[in-house]
Design a protein around this ligand. Structure first.
Ligand code: PLP
Length: 419
C-alpha cells in the first residue's frame, strides 16, 4: 500500500515534480504502471509490432470496421464534401447535416426516440449524470437516488461523483456486481418520500469480465420502483443480438430502456465519439445543459459519415455480427479445451483467469514474442488474486488467425506451467 506523507509546507514546482517521480516509481514497484506497446501498422486482425506480425487480441475492433474499405471510402467522401474540421462546438457553428443524420440514425438503430452526440462516451456519461441530477430548480428538501453496479465503467462512476459535488443531497449506492437481490434490497432500504428521482445505472456488457447485465429483469425492477434505467452499451452495440442492437436485443427489451449511452470508438468504426439516446425531451434538455456538449468541439465530419456507414452496414446485413459470434464461440470453446479457465459467457471479451500478477505479466510478454498481441489486467484494475489476460475476438479474424493465437497460448501456457 502507498504510504501517505505529511505535507509541512506548500510544494515548490520542482518539489512537485520530485513527488510525481516518487509516485511513478511506486506504480512501477506495485505493477500498476501502464506501458504502451506501439503498433507500426493499421489496426486489423494482424498488426506489426517491432517489425514482427502479431494476431491482435486486444482491440475493441469487434466487427473489423476500423479500416474496413467501405468505412475508409465514406470518410474520404466526407472530407471532400464536408471538409476536415469545423473548429466549433455544436451550438455555435459546429452542426452540419451529417451530425443530425447520425443522431437520427443511432436513435433509430437502438429503438430510441432521439439522440445527442458527444466527443466520447466518457463525456456522454459525465454529461448525463451531471445534467440530470442537477435538474432540480423546482425542488427543495429532496434527494436523488442513484444505484449503480459496482463494476460500472469509470465514466459512470466519475459522472456520479461530479453530480454529487454539485448536488450534495444526491445519494449514490453501489450494488454488488449483477446482484439484483442486492439492488432490490437497496431500493427497499431507500424509500424516503423526499426522493425526487431514482436512477438504476449499469453497463450492458462489463469490460473486465465480458459478462452482461440482465436487462429484462432490471427493466422490471426499474418499472416496479419508478426508477429510470440507464445502460451504457459501449461494448454491446454491434456485438450482442442477432443484428448487433446490443444487450437490449439479446435480452429482448429493445425500445424499453430509458437511457442508452455508447461509443463510435469500438465496434462502430473505432475512431471516436459518443452518444446518449432516450426520450425527445431528455435529449432536448441535454442539448441545453450538457457541459461536455456545450463546451467541447463537434465530431469531425468524416467520423460522423463513417459512423453512419457503420450503422447502415449493420442495418443491411448481419453477416459481420454472425461471423463475430461464430469466432467468439470457436475461441471460447478452444481455449477451454487447452485447459485454460475463462469467465463463461457469450461476449467476444474472453477473460482468461491466471490468478497471480506475475503470471499474467509473463504470459502477455511471452505471447507477444510468439506473435500474439494481448493485454493483461491485474490488481488494482481487478481484485487482487484475479489477474487475467483479456482476449477480444473480432469478425475480421480468420480461423487461421485464431488457430495461430491458440497454438501460441498452448506453447506459452505449457512453458509457464499454467496448463
Ligand atoms: C463501458 C464503457 N463506457 C464508456 C467508455 C468510454 O468510451 P469512449 O472511448 O467513447 O470515451 C468505455 C471505453 O473504454 C467503456 O468500456
Amino acid at each position: 500500500m502507498t504510504e501517505t506523507t505529511e505535507i509541512k509546507s506548500t510544494l515548490k514546482p520542482n518539489d512537485l515534480y520530485q513527488a510525481l517521480q516518487a509516485e511513478l516509481s511506486i506504480l512501477k514497484t506495485e505493477n500498476a504502471y501502464k506501458y504502451e506497446v506501439p503498433i507500426d501498422s493499421l489496426m486489423g486482425p494482424i498488426v506489426t509490432v517491432n517489425g514482427a506480425q502479431a494476431v491482435m487480441l486486444a482491440s475493441n475492433n469487434y466487427l473489423g470496421l476500423a479500416n474496413h474499405p467501405d468505412i475508409i471510402k465514406a470518410a474520404h467522401k466526407a472530407i471532400d464534401e464536408y471538409g476536415y474540421g469545423m473548429s466549433s462546438v455544436r451550438f455555435l457553428c459546429g452542426t452540419q447535416k451529417i451530425h443530425l443524420q447520425l443522431e437520427e440514425k443511432i436513435a433509430n438503430f437502438l429503438g430510441q426516440e432521439s439522440a445527442i452526440l458527444h466527443s466520447s462516451c466518457f463525456g456522454a456519461n459525465e454529461a448525463f449524470f451531471t445534467a440530470i441530477l442537477q435538474s432540480n430548480y423546482n425542488y427543495t428538501n429532496y434527494n436523488d437516488l442513484i444505484i449503480s453496479d459496482k463494476l460500472n465503467h469509470a465514466s459512470i462512476i466519475d459522472g456520479i461523483r461530479l453530480a454529487r459535488i454539485a448536488c450534495k443531497n444526491t445519494i449514490a449506492k453501489p450494488y454488488e456486481h449483477n446482484d439484483l437481490n442486492h439492488l432490490q434490497k437497496l431500493l427497499q432500504e431507500n424509500t424516503n418520500p423526499a426522493t425526487r428521482l431514482k436512477v438504476i445505472a449499469t453497463d450492458g456488457v462489463f469490460s473486465m469480465e465480458g459478462d452482461y447485465a440482465d436487462l429484462k429483469a432490471l427493466k422490471e425492477i426499474a418499472t416496479k420502483n419508478n426508477a429510470l434505467l440507464f445502460v451504457d452499451e459501449s461494448h454491446s452495440t454491434g456485438v450482442l443480438g442477432n443484428w448487433g442492437r446490443g444487450t437490449m436485443e439479446h435480452c429482448n427489451v429493445l425500445g424499453q430502456i430509458d437511457v442508452i449511452t455508447g461509443t463510435f470508438g469500438k465496434a462502430l468504426g473505432g475512431a471516436h465519439g459518443g452518444f446518449i439516446t432516450g426520450k425527445a425531451e431528455l435529449i432536448e434538455y441535454l442539448r441545453q445543459k450538457s457541459r461536455p456538449y456545450t463546451f467541447s468541439n463537434t465530431l469531425a465530419p468524416m467520423i460522423a459519415a463513417s459512423s453512419i456507414k457503420a450503422i447502415e452496414m449493420l442495418e443491411t446485413s448481419n453477416e459481420l455480427v454472425s461471423k463475430l459470434h461464430e469466432n467468439t464461440s470457436y475461441f471460447r470453446k478452444s481455449i477451454k479445451e487447452l485447459g485454460f479457465t475463462i469467465i463463461e459467457g457469450i461476449h467476444p471479451i474472453v477473460a482468461i483467469m491466471l490468478g497471480q500478477t506475475a503470471i499474467a505479466q509473463n504470459m502477455s510478454r511471452e505471447l507477444l514474442n510468439h506473435g500474439v498481441y494481448i493485454k493483461g489486467l491485474w490488481y488494482p484494475v481487478v481484485p487482487a488474486g484475479t489477474a487475467r489476460l483479456r482476449a477480444q475476438i473480432s469478425a475480421s479474424h480468420s480461423k487461421a488467425h485464431l488457430d495461430k493465437a491458440l497454438l501460441a497460448f498452448e506453447k506459452v501456457g505449457k512453458q509457464l506451467k499454467v496448463i
